[in-house]
Design a protein around this ligand. Structure first.
Ligand SMILES: NC(=O)c1ccc[n+]([C@@H]2O[C@H](COP(=O)([O-])OP(=O)(O)OC[C@H]3O[C@@H](n4cnc5c(N)ncnc54)[C@H](O)[C@@H]3O)[C@@H](O)[C@H]2O)c1
Length: 349
């Protein structure tokens, strides 16, 4: 990304946001500043950006705060002359949205509305898209579920969210589009499939599998394990967002995915196979392979059966496609969790 100026990243202490800030500084020609606004919920970890904080201290500013705090957010736009927003901040875990949906509504809906209004106040109506951009990061879950061999979701698939999480993200997508049509706010939206990679909080499937296996604990799989997700290595997602910031058309939505559909049970077997290679179980152990730790548990209510993304638009229009193969991405992820036990202990404490 060639843009200079100041980028406001929301949720930059979370999994994807922290990877994005690192990617921006280290893997693109970006020469501007980053303001990271994060509330530091249980999922927001200062450890995730500790290296950025020390390496880029003159170009990186961390602010602890809530995206739904209007006065605080408006002041950030004013003080740092924000020109680009990359909006990751969200409550992101479906299971938590089922047991308590309030923070999902507050952050994902009201927080997004607050950011949109703050951007509009700072940039004015019909802001110049060459200068300003509001990029909203969303999910494939807004489209509902696919069955059997249904074709993948496209950018025009009707919304059909089925969990409090996906309903709150769908609401936020609608708000972002409305601010484009009504006020001419230069927005782009991306809807992405499941990400994996370093720094993912150990409540999501892949880190749970790796860490339970390392600790010889049962590896839980919902239902029959045949729910299908499309998996994308997090750095590929970061690259796609940079491509959209650089060349995406204001008002447009882009689907992002890894073209890598896997049933949960097959994904878990793949991870166990990698772990059997990288960290073989001791010969005198009670089990011979991490696969033997797999344990089926009661299914999540309303568990979507299958997601798949048609990424033709971003491939054709922005020349982006995922480049990290699943075996390579999973191996890098397993190695990262094995080498970063201090991080695991810190986020779990
Ligand atoms: N993880 C995935 O597989 C995936 C896939 C598609 C889309 N997304 C979307 O990408 C974004 C980032 O996901 P993630 O997996 O990195 O999530 P995450 O839960 O790891 O991180 C979310 C971050 O937002 C911060 N945050 C939460 N509420 C806040 C508030 N009110 N104000 C300021 N900061 C707040 C948290 O502290 C945390 O740092 C989300 O919008 C999510 O919907 C995620």
């Amino acid at each position: 990304m060639k843009q200079t100026g100041t980028v406001l990243v929301t949720g930059g202490c979370g999994f994807i946001g922290s990877n994005f800030i690192r990617f921006l500084f280290e893997r693109t020609g970006f020469s501007g500043n980053v303001v990271n606004l994060d509330k530091l919920t249980y999922a927001g970890r200062p450890e995730n950006v500790a290296d950025i904080q020390s390496e880029y201290c003159d170009r990186y500013h961390f602010l602890c705060g809530d995206i739904a705090d209007r006065a605080f957010v408006e002041n950030i736009f004013h003080k740092f002359e924000i020109r680009i927003v990359v909006h990751f901040a969200a409550e992101s875990h479906v299971d938590r949205s089922i047991s308590g949906s309030a923070p999902f509504m507050e952050t994902n809906i009201l927080g997004t509305w607050t950011l949109l209004e703050a951007a509009r106040m700072a940039w004015g109506d019909h802001a110049d898209p060459e200068t300003f951009r509001f990029h909203h990061v969303s999910t494939d879950e807004v489209f509902g579920q696919l069955m059997g061999d249904d074709p993948g979701f496209t950018e025009t698939t009707p919304y059909d969210p089925r969990s409090p999480y996906s309903a709150s993200k769908a609401s936020s997508d609608h708000l972002v589009r409305a601010w484009y049509h009504t006020y001419g706010l230069p927005v782009t939206i991306s809807n992405c499939s499941n990400n994996y990679g370093p720094y993912q909080f150990p409540e999501k499937l892949i880190p749970v599998v790796i860490l339970n296996a390392l600790n010889k604990k049962p590896i839980p799989i919902y239902g029959d394990g045949k729910n299908i997700r499309d998996w994308l290595y997090v750095e590929d997602h970061c690259e796609a967002i940079c491509r959209i910031l650089e060349s995406g058309i204001p008002g447009e939505t882009y689907n992002i995915g890894g073209n890598c559909e896997l049933a949960n049970i097959d994904l878990v077997h793949a991870i166990c196979g990698i772990m059997d290679e990288l960290s073989p179980v001791a010969v005198n152990s009670a089990f011979g392979s991490y696969r033997e730790l797999i344990s089926f548990v009661t299914d999540r209510p309303g568990h979507d059966r299958r997601y798949a993304m048609d990424t033709g638009k971003i491939q054709r229009e922005l020349n982006w496609e995922a480049v990290t193969g699943i075996e390579d991405g999973l191996t890098r992820t397993v190695e990262w969790y094995m080498k970063n036990q201090n991080w695991v202990n810190a986020v779990r404490s």
